[in-house]
Write a protein that binds this ligand. Structure first.
Ligand code: ASP
Length: 370
């Protein structure tokens, strides 16, 4: 039998009411602390900005966990499907886009960042949740982390299963995201991603698995967890973000083109030269190992740099970080290393940094600091 969307949403509703103990209100006061009555504790005001993705996806049948259409369910229905949200925050939804995240371009990044920047400036908004596809949520999270000047929590959320699937993960992820967005202890921790009970740093997290709810990973570990409506923190970010960032979306209306070239054996220079011919102002070299460059490609990359295009060495490995002047003489060639940023995150930082500087030394400073 085919599950219609309303039936599936009702199933979600049934599955997402938090146990009463999690929602009874603030924790009992410690000795010497004034007790807060539940009535006195105003709920945080959280805006959910929806952009599409699998969390808003719908399949033909509840058994379809991987075959479905992303970006179908509007934000108000997503919120209505999780009644427990109303117990933890005052929420309202805004539909920014309704797209799968692989279709994000710089135009969407900029529009979304301006929308979020305007929201966090409002006195009646305590935090923002952004529903997003998993494919590029790591890029959007890092972009917002760099350019939205606020200490208020901005929490990305996504899901690996569509809203219509058995054991859909979106409802709990969304509830957890609202909890984090409304939590005072989530302030000034940069843009976060809440999935699979974990609170990940938007800067560090990356999609590692394309088929399981435990899809996101950071080599430095999650910052914390959300369990039964409560946040638990274990570490905090040290890189510049939000109010400590030198970048501000209010002054950014376009981003320069940055291309990623994936490293492998037996490469051809055209992968780089065609990216430059296409308008790239920086190339992220997703090199093997420590961002290595094949001997037969060194002259091509030196030529590209001589033409004014930045060469930024990242790695296809995924973990670790690229060391400057180790595998390649970066000082001599005037190249930059991407530090621990994977190629897609390096692409975001390069684009943002190039709105401010063309100087290689300054660019390298930015890659160390962010
Ligand atoms: N392709 C989908 C998207 O990124 C995948 C997902 O959301 O999980 O929008």
């Amino acid at each position: 039998m085919r599950a219609t969307l309303p039936i599936a949403l009702m199933a979600l509703m049934a599955g997402t009411i938090l146990p009463a103990t999690a929602l009874e209100g603030p924790a009992p006061a410690r000795p010497g602390e004034a007790a807060t009555t539940p009535a006195a504790a105003a709920k945080p005001r959280v805006v959910i900005v929806a952009t599409g993705g699998t969390i808003a996806g719908a399949g033909a049948d509840a058994a379809n966990s991987a075959t479905y259409q992303a970006a179908k369910v509007p934000v108000d229905k997503l919120i209505a499907a999780v009644p427990a949200i109303a117990q933890v925050a005052e929420v309202r939804g805004e539909q920014a886009f309704q797209i799968a995240s692989e279709s994000f371009t710089n135009a969407q990044l900029i529009q979304l960042a301006k929308q979020v920047s305007a929201l966090v400036k409002r006195d009646d908004v305590d935090g923002v949740v952004i529903t997003h596809g998993t494919d590029t949520v790591e890029e959007t999270a890092y972009f917002l982390d760099l350019v939205v000047k606020t200490d208020k929590p901005i929490v990305m959320v996504a899901s690996m299963r569509p809203s219509t699937a058995i054991s859909a993960d979106g409802a709990l992820n969304l509830l957890d995201a609202v909890v984090v967005a409304g939590a005072k202890d989530a302030r000034a921790k940069g843009v976060l991603l809440t999935m699979n009970d974990e609170i990940q740093a938007g800067r560090d997290t990356t999609k590692r698995v394309n088929i399981k709810p435990s899809a996101f990973f950071s080599q430095w570990g999650p910052l914390g967890m959300v369990v039964e409506g409560k946040t638990y923190w274990f570490r905090a970010p040290v890189k510049r973000h939000g109010t400590t960032s030198e970048f501000d979306i209010d002054g950014i209306d376009s981003l320069p083109e940055v291309a990623i070239v994936y490293g492998s054996g037996n490469m051809h220079p055209e992968a780089y030269t065609s990216a430059v011919a296409g308008g790239a102002k920086a190339i992220i070299h997703a090199g093997t190992g420590n961002g290595s460059v094949a001997g037969y490609l060194v002259d091509t990359l030196k030529d590209i740099r001589a033409k004014g295009v930045q060469v930024i060495r990242s790695s296809r490995v995924g973990d670790g970080f690229v060391l400057r002047n180790a595998e390649q003489p970066d000082d001599k060639y005037d190249w930059v290393v991407a530090h621990d940023l994977n190629p897609q995150k390096a692409k975001i930082l390069a684009a943002v940094a190039l709105t401010k500087t063309q100087d290689t030394k300054d660019l390298q400073r930015i890659f160390w600091e962010y």
